[in-house]
Design a protein around this ligand. Structure first.
Ligand SMILES: NC(=O)c1ccc[n+]([C@@H]2O[C@H](COP(=O)([O-])OP(=O)(O)OC[C@H]3O[C@@H](n4cnc5c(N)ncnc54)[C@H](O)[C@@H]3O)[C@@H](O)[C@H]2O)c1
Length: 283
């Protein structure tokens, strides 16, 4: 299997932008695809804004910024991903949406290209089986914010070849990440452990055990976590969080994974966290 030079990114939300930035920073040529031209332009503006802020803070020099931005091409045409050695999708956490995207990617991306999903919980094998190359499909799960967080989970569905997993591990390591390999189980390692905690923090708020701020202060102060559970849910996105809990609950049936009503009501109200300006906190 050849090396990875050109990386496609599909999805222009929080994670798509982060993954595109990480790959470009690490020297890869990136082609980032959004469904619309305006989405593609917004994605470029978002990434350039992040890089500009880094320059203003003295963390990046202007030449480096220009080099990184110059390695990112944005498009609304999925056909532009044809020559990618690796494509990582970060679209909506919905298995039907992802399966149909994988079928489309399989049609357009060169046969030797690896197709990867950034899903937090969904069965990667379902996406692999939506293609004619299930041996070249795996999970490459970044954490939010992707440029900052050190961990990547490389997810091995039962269909993946060793070459695919090795290439994904090498890619993640080359991005400066600590890569771990994990089998294809809902939530992999991190979210399977993290989400009962986050869900129970909302339950505690519902039960009036402590206030929002005090729950967050407690977990920061006692466990040295950089943010409390309610602030973390806002960062992840409450819609994405409910989708993660639903997938975990469907797989394991554990009541700790059943999303508590407040989470669903906030999603129904459009209070999705930071990305919508309002969640447990206002932004
Ligand atoms: N938010 C996190 O903390 C986090 C962390 C790791 C992985 N992920 C995973 O990354 C993926 C994206 O999450 P996000 O937080 O970036 O979400 P987001 O809501 O910020 O972005 C979702 C993207 O999907 C696109 N989209 C929506 N419906 C679509 C459809 N029908 N077809 C194609 N594209 C569609 C949207 O336009 C948007 O670009 C999910 O699989 C999620 O589980 C999220």
């Amino acid at each position: 299997m050849g090396g990875i030079n050109v990386v496609g990114v599909v999805g222009s939300g929080i994670m798509g932008a982060g993954v595109a930035e990480v790959a470009a920073r690490c020297g890869y040529t990136v082609i980032a695809r959004s469904r619309t031209r305006s989405g593609a332009d917004d994605l470029r503006a978002e990434i350039c804004g992040v890089l500009d802020r880094q320059v203003a803070k003295g963390r990046l020099d202007a030449d480096e910024r220009d080099d990184i931005a110059g390695r990112i091409d944005v498009t609304d045409d999925i056909g532009h991903l044809a020559d990618c050695d690796l494509v990582i999708e970060s679209v909506l956490e919905d298995v039907a949406v992802k399966r149909s995207l994988f079928t489309e990617l399989d049609r357009v991306v060169k046969p030797e290209g690896i197709l990867a999903t950034n899903t937090s919980t969904l069965p990667v094998v379902e996406m692999a089986m939506a293609t004619r190359r299930p041996d070249r499909v795996c999970g490459i799960h970044f954490f939010n914010p992707a440029p900052v967080m050190k961990l990547v989970e490389v997810v091995r569905p039962i269909t993946a070849s060793d070459d695919t997993i090795e290439a994904a591990m090498r890619f993640a390591t080359s991005c400066g990440k600590d890569a771990i390999e994990v089998v294809d189980r809902a939530g992999f390692v991190v979210n399977a452990l993290l989400f009962p905690y986050l869900n129970n923090a909302v339950r505690m708020l519902e039960q009036g055990t402590a206030s929002r701020d005090d729950i967050d202060v407690a977990m920061k102060g006692a466990c040295n976590f950089p943010m409390g559970p309610l602030a973390l849910l806002d960062l992840v996105g409450l819609d994405t969080s409910v989708a993660i809990l639903d997938a975990l609950h469907a797989e394991f049936g554990d009541p700790n994974y059943a999303a508590v009503p407040t989470l669903r009501r906030k999603v129904a109200a459009g209070h999705l966290g930071r990305k919508s300006g309002r969640g447990f906190y206002d932004y």
